[in-house]
Design a protein around this ligand. Structure first.
Ligand SMILES: O=C(O)c1ccc2[nH]nc(Br)c2c1
Length: 157
């Protein structure tokens, strides 16, 4: 049974995230989408809200589990018998940091990280940019699943 994890903040999930998640679900027997709990950062959505949005937007893939974790990702992988980490890469600028993390995780526990290039149409997307544009009244409805866009509009009302 090959298991992988797609970790992230997902505050909120975008079409970019779902692109990586959906493609990864097709490559592994089981995929966990794990929301990182970061107490030092106040997000737009709470961790349970992000998990709910992920549940709502990934239901077409039957081998996906939604979870959250704090602390080291590799410890989460070890306790959940996860074989690989999948990270999306949007641009060269993502690579430096992700390479460093992948090499550290490999050294810590031997777990490998697989990098997946995002589809070009989503390579500019980030949750923070989407929130910034939305806060200034920009239309981001084409960048988010409807349920996420509606939830974000409610947060900004
Ligand atoms: O939305 C973000 O902040 C974010 C960050 C890093 C990312 N890598 N691949 C994807 Br899709 C992605 C999205």
């Amino acid at each position: 049974m090959r298991r992988a994890v797609c970790p992230g903040s997902f505050d909120p999930p975008t079409f970019g995230h779902l692109d990586i998640i959906g493609r990864s679900a097709g490559l592994f027997d089981e995929l966990t989408v794990a929301v990182l709990v970061n107490p030092s950062k106040d997000g737009m959505f709470s961790v349970p809200e992000r998990q709910e949005l992920l549940h709502a937007t990934t239901s077409e893939w039957k081998n996906i589990t939604i979870d959250s974790f704090n602390g080291l990702l590799v410890d989460y992988c070890r306790t959940h018998s996860i074989d690989a980490i999948v990270k999306g890469l949007r641009a060269v600028s993502d690579f430096d940091y992700e390479l460093q993390m992948a090499q550290m995780n490999k050294r810590l526990t031997g777990i490998d990280t697989l990098f997946m290039p995002t589809s070009p149409e989503f390579s500019f997307l980030s949750s923070s940019l989407v929130k910034q544009v939305a806060r200034y009244g920009g239309d981001v409805s084409h960048l988010l699943p409807d349920v996420v866009h509606t939830a974000m509009q409610a947060k900004l009302a």
